[in-house]
Design a protein around this ligand. Structure first.
Ligand code: SF4
Length: 246
């Protein structure tokens, strides 16, 4: 029998091979809040920019989950088109922010074009606990930071965050807007998230890159960020050696 799973796994891994990094990505924004850092660890990003070999690369089964989530974007766009919306999908953008060396670039899932405004539709798929946690802990800061980044880069005027539970098919939607440099989720001001705060973190990262000096760890070993980090063993194994790829 042909080993199709292995063939697909290898193909997925080959497609994720590292390219030289020349941008900041919306999904990797972070901010310093009164409770600590929310979003991506600057040390993980620093290693990624420097081309440091990953000690704990993402496993194929996780890539399958990501890819299945991506397919949902197409399904959403198709259905929105069928009910009459004018949709643009996977819209690329690149924005240079004053004071930063690297631009912010990425792709927005779907954008609805109305006569008076553009509404971005960001789709997130969740499994079991990940979905239930929204009820108890609220929306994920990383999702909010990503959408806030799109808004500040002028990708759309407002966003609808659509969250789908892959276990049950249950869905929820949230309106995300920005006002005076702050984020508003379902009409509620999220004081912890400001555009200036996000830019400050990017500047901090760029300073460490420029000095060729590693930033400090943003999280503790038991934190979920470290648990799923592709550089976990470089931070927390007893002995580790960092090897730049080039
Ligand atoms: S293991 Fe934790 S502290 Fe180290 S780079 Fe990853 S997220 Fe940052």
């Amino acid at each position: 029998m042909e080993n199709l799973i292995q063939k697909i796994d290898e193909n997925l891994q080959a497609k994720r091979k590292r390219k030289d990094r020349l941008s900041h990505y919306p999904s990797q924004m972070s901010i310093k809040t009164k409770n600590g850092i929310e979003g991506k660890c600057n040390l993980a990003l620093w290693r990624n920019f420097k081309g440091i070999e990953k000690s704990n690369p993402i496993q194929p089964y996780t890539i399958w989950k990501f890819e299945m989530g991506n397919k949902v974007h197409e399904f959403i766009a198709e259905n929105l088109k069928e009910v009459g919306y004018k949709i643009e999908s996977e819209t690329p953008f690149k924005t240079q922010i004053e004071g930063l060396k690297y631009p912010i670039s990425g792709r927005s899932d779907n954008i609805i074009h109305l006569p008076d405004k553009k509404i971005g539709v960001e789709v997130k798929s969740r499994y079991g606990k990940g979905f239930r946690n929204i009820k108890f802990e609220g929306l994920r800061p990383s999702d909010l930071l990503q959408i806030f980044c799109y808004l500040n880069c002028g990708v759309a005027d407002e966003y609808i965050l659509l969250i789908i539970n892959f276990d049950s098919g249950y869905r929820e939607q949230y309106l995300i807007e920005r006002k005076n440099g702050f984020l508003i989720a379902n009409k509620e001001l999220i004081e912890d998230i400001s555009w200036q705060g996000i830019i400050n973190r990017l500047k901090e990262l760029e300073d460490y890159l420029q000095k060729n000096e590693m930033p400090p760890k943003d999280f503790e070993k038991k934190d979920w960020h470290c648990k799923y980090c592709e550089y976990k063993n470089l931070c927390w194994a007893v002995k580790s050696v960092e090897k730049p790829k080039n």
